[in-house]
Design a binder for this molecule. Structure first.
Ligand code: HAM
Length: 420
């Protein structure tokens, strides 16, 4: 029997997993630096949370949820996204009863039963954040700037930021009247019309050419923004300009989830083909209330780690080879092995990345292994080294060797001049 991972899941193993970690840490660092606090959340929730929260017109809810009955007969769904679970936690534990905004972040696996293709998986990874309880447009700009800083930290440059505003309730109501009138005049199949009835904006997001063509003259939400929404959106843009964050306005931007209102954005990478959205997010005015919380507004984003990694590889900015160990110790003989165990323990305790060779390999094969594992330095310990009390550390890239006494090894390597 030969087992395989389930169809369409992404998984990471060495050496690529090093690059995955680097990308994830790069996305997380700016979030932490802005004072967002970690929430660790369950990967499954009551199904109803997602149907209510994510929205009945979305592909995510109608076609892509992994839903099953648990042993107690409850309907459970593997989380297709992170926002509603984070809000459920905030509401359940009253985190929104203290100082606002509540600022949380998370990362982990998400599940959507999509048709797998490059950059689109059934289990994928996101880093995300949510800020609840402030309408300040500066918060919108901060959230966008944090995502941008994450992509910069990875080293990405070939991406663009698209933003729009989906307006407040008043703006959307006015737009909806005209949009529905427009859509009523179109010849649509039954399921498309049903989707449009729940959320007419979704037709802007339709991938089919014929629907796209039909929608070219459709009324645009940005033309219907209330004074308040328009001035909020103008402030967000002004902050972004002041912070020198490039963006363009995409008046047809529609996100795949139903809860968005007001500022909405997406980061799109140029080198990823069809699955080019590396991250996105926006405001969601009614969502807290929809799932049983206070009437507080919120904003957040989800950044796809898998796609950010693909983008980093396409741009050639992450390199799995960068992630080898500092020092590889090769013991030759029993006494040397004991010495190696003690040394590696001490050096690791002082923060160095140390690997040792197991299984009494011959020197030549041990050196090959060190090279393969990306060792920067190699230390060989045999009987003669133990006898003389002197060892040589060899730098792999230059072949240069330095003699150090065994007794002072730990102290020497702790010095600044050693970049171990
Ligand atoms: P989303 O746009 O559905 O938003 O997902 C965010 C990102 O996750 C996407 O831009 C993409 O990079 C990645 N992603 C989504 N689906 C897949 C997939 N099947 N395979 C690989 N990557 C994928 C959300 O999930 C919202 N919760 C974001 C948010 C937070 N909005 C407000 N707060």
């Amino acid at each position: 029997m030969k087992y395989q991972a389930p169809k369409g899941v992404s998984e990471y193993f060495p050496p690529r997993s090093y690059a995955f970690e680097k990308v994830k840490e790069s996305l997380l660092a700016p979030i932490r630096r802005a004072g967002y606090k970690l929430v660790e959340l369950p990967v499954f929730e009551e199904t109803e949370l997602f149907t209510r929260g994510v929205g009945a017109s979305t592909d995510v809810v109608t076609k892509e949820m992994y839903t099953f009955e648990d042993r107690g007969g409850r309907s459970i769904t593997l989380r297709p996204e992170g926002t509603v679970g984070a809000l459920r936690c905030i509401i359940e534990h009253g985190l929104d009863r203290g100082a606002l905004p509540v600022k949380v972040f998370y990362s982990g696996q998400y599940f959507r039963a999509e048709r797998p293709q490059a950059g689109r998986y059934r289990q994928f990874y996101q880093v995300g954040l949510e800020a609840i309880g402030s309408e300040d447009p500066a918060l919108d700009a901060e959230v966008i700037a944090i995502a941008d800083a994450g992509y910069r930290a990875i080293g990405l440059t070939k991406y663009r930021l698209e933003i729009t505003s989906l307006g407040d309730r008043q703006s959307r109501a006015a737009h909806k009247v005209d949009l529905m009138k427009y859509i009523d005049g179109l010849t649509l199949d039954e399921s498309t019309r049903a989707r449009a009835d729940i959320n007419p904006l979704r037709l802007f997001d339709d991938k089919r050419e014929e629907i796209r063509a039909m929608m070219t003259d459709a009324p645009i939400l940005l033309d219907y923004l209330s004074e308040e929404s328009a001035s909020h959106f103008a402030s967000v843009q002004k902050y972004l300009q002041d912070m020198k964050i490039n963006f363009s306005i995409n008046e047809r931007l529609v996100r795949g989830l139903d809860y968005y209102t007001g500022t909405t954005f997406e980061f799109v990478h140029e080198m990823l083909g069809a699955q080019s959205a590396i991250g996105g997010g926006g405001r969601y005015d009614g969502l807290m209330q929809e799932i049983g919380g206070q009437p507080l507004t919120g904003i957040g984003f989800g950044l796809g780690i898998d796609r950010a990694l693909l983008a980093a590889e396409a741009e050639g900015v992450v390199n799995a080879e960068d992630f080898g160990v500092d020092l590889f110790i090769i013991p030759l003989g029993d006494a040397a092995k004991t010495q190696t165990m003690i040394l590696s323990q001490e050096l690791r305790n002082s923060g160095h990345r140390i690997e040792i060779v197991f299984g009494d390999r011959p020197l030549k094969s041990a050196m090959k292994l060190a090279d393969k594992n990306g060792a920067r330095y190699v230390l060989i310990i045999g009987d003669s080294e133990i006898e003389s009390g002197m060892v040589e550390i060899k730098e792999m890239s230059t072949g240069r060797a330095t003699s150090i006494s065994l007794t002072s090894l730990v102290a020497t390597l702790a010095q600044e001049s050693w970049t171990l």
